[in-house]
Write a protein that binds this ligand. Structure first.
Ligand SMILES: Nc1ncnc2c1ncn2[C@@H]1O[C@H](COP(=O)(O)OP(=O)(O)O)[C@@H](O)[C@H]1O
Ligand SMILES: O=P(O)(O)OC[C@H](O)CO
Length: 436
């Protein structure tokens, strides 16, 4: 980022002076359903991206739309609301996504930006307009509920409302960019939106995405048909259970990630975990679309309940879940290149980075800023302020990468290949028959 846009107005880092904020962009969780009433009041707590309660509605709409919608998509949640909370649905006057809601609060404008709107399930991604036929298939009212789409990813949607500026202690006139979903923002902050790198994000969700100049419309629903935050596309795979699985071990044993990592590294069970498989579907799953699945630990032998072994099993389970989807993405035509770019909270873990390199059989590199979604939002805000396109701005200010390149260890490959076969086979045996 330009030094002039960082720290105080001169670019100098001066802790005694408050930062001189000139522009803001918001990065938010995708898919969430925020419903507003007649007086713009929030009618109920937002249904979040990871909520799988609308599984039946997702099945129904998939059949109507002709492509596989997973329960994450907002429109499935809206149909769920209509069925399960008809009074709230009847009172709803506007539907927003979480980041659009924050944008509205900041600026007073109710709009949706294309990257995030792609996660609603009613965007014509190629045409970059609302799919009114899909909306009508749900309910005649739906057209009225969604706000207009923003025209450009490169232009401000407004400025801070004076009362909000006062509340935040910010000067009047702060410009607000369109923002986007966290994955599209992460693609900016990891540089991938402009250089085409494949990103693996290890956050609460696990995602894999790469920029594309054409829309990828996958009727199986494995690859989500998202727009990015530059005017391009962002085909994306998402798993619901990633860092949460490791958190289970951390909470069960009361140890921190560093200590558990040391124990896992020292544990006798190396790659493949001595046959222990953790199917990580704690909150159900969307890739594969098994919303009713649960977590399962299999292959336990006497003495297996060691924190180090279980932590490794959690790392491997979350990784194999992503790898399984990635293999299907490459089979469907994705050409990922030789390197993966790792971001998100889990990318701080040295053992996990190596497991990803070994299991995927690819080199791993890391942006210097692991919170790439936040950096992406800052880059968008800077671009909007300067009046340049977001892609030009990121190309001119590429996010720096760490020097370290994590190479796959060929000696571990066979163990992970076997573990993946076991992982996929056990998952199918347990869940494919019982969940739609
Ligand atoms: N050293 C670590 N090893 C494994 N996981 C970690 C480590 N440090 C942080 N995390 C995980 O990263 C998560 C936060 O990642 P982040 O990408 O910020 O999440 P979110 O997707 O919710 O935005 C935390 O919930 C934590 O479980
Ligand atoms: O909590 P996160 O950052 O993993 O976000 C969830 C994503 O927005 C799901 O698409």
């Amino acid at each position: 980022m330009d030094p002039a846009l960082r720290g105080d107005a001169t670019g100098a880092q001066n802790p005694s002076k408050p930062p001189c904020v000139k522009a803001i962009s918001v990065s938010g969780q995708q898919h969430g359903l925020v419903v507003l009433g007649e007086h713009d009041e929030v009618l109920r707590p937002a249904k979040l991206w990871c909520d799988t309660e609308s599984a039946a509605e997702a099945e129904e709409l998939s059949a109507k739309f002709g492509w596989k919608l997973v329960p994450s998509f907002t429109i499935t949640k809206l149909l769920w609301l209509k069925r399960n909370e008809p009074e709230t649905y009847a009172a709803t006057r506007c539907v927003l996504l979480p980041h659009d809601y924050v944008n509205w609060w900041l600026t007073g404008r109710k709009v949706m930006e294309l990257g995030d709107a792609s996660g609603t399930g009613v965007l014509d991604v190629e045409g970059r307009r609302w799919d009114t036929a899909a909306m009508d298939a749900v309910d005649a009212r739906v057209r009225e509920l969604f706000p207009p789409l923003v025209a450009s990813p490169d232009q401000a949607i407004g400025t801070l409302r004076p009362e909000v500026a006062a509340q935040l202690g910010l000067p009047a006139g702060v410009v607000v960019g369109p923002g986007s979903g966290d994955n599209a923002m992460s693609a900016l902050g990891a540089g991938a939106a402009v250089d085409g790198a494949t990103v693996v994000s290890q956050g609460t969700s696990g995602t894999i995405f790469a920029s594309s100049s054409t829309a990828i419309l996958d009727p199986t629903g494995l690859i989500c048909p998202f727009c990015d935050a530059t005017g391009n596309y962002l085909p994306l795979l998402c798993t619901l259970n990633c860092t949460r699985v490791l958190e289970e071990v951390r909470e069960a044993f009361g140890l921190d990630h560093e200590r558990l990592t040391e124990l896992a590294e020292a544990d006798a069970a190396g790659p493949g975990c001595g046959g222990v498989t953790w199917l990580p579907y704690l909150i159900g799953e969307r890739t594969p679309c098994w919303p009713h699945a649960s977590g399962a630990l299999l292959g336990l032998r006497p003495g297996c309940m060691r924190p180090g072994l279980l932590y490794r099993a959690a790392i491997e389970g979350a990784t194999l879940s992503l790898l399984s989807g990635f293999r299907r993405m490459t089979a469907a035509g994705l050409r990922p290149g030789a390197q993966l770019r790792l971001v998100g909270g889990g990318a701080k873990n040295r053992l996990w980075k190596q497991v990803v390199a070994d299991a995927f059989g690819m080199e791993v590199v890391l942006p210097a800023e692991p919170d790439s979604a936040a950096l992406g939002a800052a880059l968008q805000a800077a671009a909007v302020l300067q009046g340049t396109t977001v892609s030009d701005y990121v190309a001119q200010h590429p996010p720096p990468m760490l020097d370290q390149v994590i190479k796959p260890n060929p000696e571990h490959r066979a163990a992970y290949d076997e573990a993946l076969v076991r992982f996929e086979s056990l998952g199918k045996q347990l869940f494919a028959q019982h969940t739609k």
